[in-house]
Design a protein around this ligand. Structure first.
Ligand SMILES: [Zn+2]
Ligand SMILES: [Zn+2]
Length: 509
């Protein structure tokens, strides 16, 4: 077993982690405070067989270490766990992968004690302002390209010699050198990271930048706001954003990237064909892709659908081999066409150029395979939404009219139940932005998933009320599971649905 901490069970030095501090940063500060160099400190405290600096410890640390460390430091297990990257489980992704690549986590490329990738970013202004400079957990995140405190672009390498950040290396270094260094000094050239230049992150349209800053500030709450939509389960939004970023750097998504960049007013991003994924890109490219990804999702779903349509991107291209969150997939399937994707001549020539750059054979088959579709045929079945979207004021007005009508009717009467059903339909149409035709046939299970994903209390409450108090009056015989039923107990037919809807709208005039 491991020797106990340096003063029995509790360490002589009591240093608690600073806000959002990374586990490894905390360990280095503990070593400094104990007066020992880092390696002897770790040998004595954790045992020689524990390798901390030759792997991505903040990502792969196991529970037994955390448990022991919690006892040694007198800091609760949960707080200790909160210094690791695993604590992003359920927020940024569903399951943490301690040994492989994880969505949104920057890879360090650990090789012995060196770091081959720039996997730890920093904000020079944060480091300069810190009374005790330290490294934050969120600085390991690929989407965190702008400091949420200072609004400046992050750095990912030493500004002087371009070495990746490895703040522990100076402490590991010379065993005979005992003076304590600041964590902010570059381990290669000694330049002070806290004095690196503060860089302005703005590029083109300012809206996605505001969106990125709010994402960087609030993602840990588990809530995300995107334009007028909100998501109670942040990872369902982050999942889609991640997919879009990776689509944008693939050959399949090049036309979308070019078109969006052009509309946003900045030059084309040269990140295409990076098969390792978003997390492996340099900071500036990640930043531009985040801007484009967030810009596409603003005004959901109109902007996304229109831009994809103009860039000839079909839903099958975005949704292939991916179990997409319902809020996203349902809208794409409805509005972006589900026909098979046919590569355009331009994409085919991009793919051919890519192959020839890589000295690979260029044939119809190899080009097709690169684009990911074997027998693609042109089938564009995009169609515009059938009616202009209702404004918030318009919807509120109609709902108010409906409510006062409902109140004036006898509870449980057929007329009142019909209106209560229509009110629920209207709420779903307006709040989810899912097209009418789709809402008409939505099932109870789909509706429950959808409301859970959207996280709007008003919609969930309305759904529960409808399910328990209204819908039972419409069921006849075997339940077909559809959310909205006609008085016959069957799903509402398109004509009846259209009529009821027009009646509601007319009643408001
Ligand atoms: Zn900062
Ligand atoms: Zn340097």
């Amino acid at each position: 077993m491991h020797p106990p901490g340096i003063s029995g069970n509790i360490m002589a030095v009591h240093l608690h982690p600073l806000p959002d501090e990374l586990l490894t940063s905390w360990i280095v500060r503990l070593a400094q405070a104990s007066g020992l160099k880092l390696q002897p400190y770790c040998d004595v405290t954790f045992g020689r067989e524990r390798s901390i600096w030759t792997r991505d410890f903040d990502k792969s640390v196991r529970d037994d270490f955390l448990d022991e460390f919690s006892q040694l430091t007198g800091v609760s297990f949960d707080r200790v766990l909160g210094t690791t990257l695993r604590s992003y489980e359920g927020i940024l992704y569903e399951h943490h992968n301690p040994h492989g690549n994880s969505k949104w986590i920057l890879p360090l490329g650990v090789y012995h004690r060196t770091r081959r990738h720039a996997g730890l970013q920093y904000c020079p202004l944060c480091l300069a302002e810190d009374q005790i400079p330290y490294f934050r957990r969120k600085w390991r995140l690929a989407f965190y390209t702008v400091c949420d405190r200072h609004g400046m672009l992050m750095h990912e390498r030493c500004a002087q010699c371009a070495a990746p950040v490895a703040f522990f290396r100076r402490e590991l270094g010379d065993r005979h050198k005992f003076e304590i260094d600041s964590l902010t000094l570059c381990h290669v050239c000694g330049a002070d990271l806290s004095r690196a230049e503060a860089r302005d992150p703005s590029v083109g349209d300012v809206q996605p930048l505001i969106q990125l800053q709010s994402l960087a500030s609030f993602f840990e709450l588990g809530w995300i706001f995107c334009g007028s939509a909100s998501f109670q389960y942040a990872h369902l939004f982050m999942d889609v954003l991640h997919r879009i970023c990776n689509l944008l750097i693939s050959l399949r998504g090049k036309s979308l990237l070019d078109l969006a960049a052009c509309k946003m007013g900045f030059p084309p991003v040269e990140a295409v064909g990076n098969h390792q994924g978003f997390e492996y890109l340099p900071l500036r490219e990640r930043h531009l892709l985040m801007m484009v990804g967030l810009w596409l999702l603003l005004d959901w779903p109109e902007r996304f659908i229109h831009t994809c349509h103009d860039a000839h991107i079909t839903s099958s291209r975005i949704l292939a081999d991916w179990s997409a969150p319902y809020w996203f997939a349902s809208v794409l399937n409805e509005l972006l066409g589900c026909g098979e994707y046919s590569p355009t001549a331009r994409e085919a020539s991009n793919a051919a150029m890519h192959l020839s750059h890589k000295h690979k054979e260029v044939t119809a088959r190899s080009v097709g395979r690169l684009l990911g579709y074997r027998d693609a045929k042109a089938a564009e079945c995009y169609r515009k939404p059938q009616c202009p979207p209702m404004t918030d004021e318009g919807a509120a007005e109609i709902l108010a009219t409906l409510d006062s009508k409902i109140q004036s009717m006898l509870q449980g009467s057929r007329k009142r139940l019909l209106l209560e059903r229509d009110r629920t339909i209207l709420l779903f149409l307006h709040n989810t932005k899912i097209p009418r035709e789709r809402i008409r046939v939505i099932t109870i299970n789909e509706a429950l998933r959808l409301t859970a994903e959207m996280g709007q209390d008003s919609l969930s409450n309305a759904l529960s009320y409808y399910l328990f108090e209204v819908r039972p009056y419409f069921t006849r015989g075997e339940d077909n599971g559809k959310l909205f039923l006609a008085t016959s107990g069957r799903a509402m037919c398109a004509e009846a649905f259209r009529l009821r809807f027009n009646l509601i709208l007319a009643g408001n005039k």
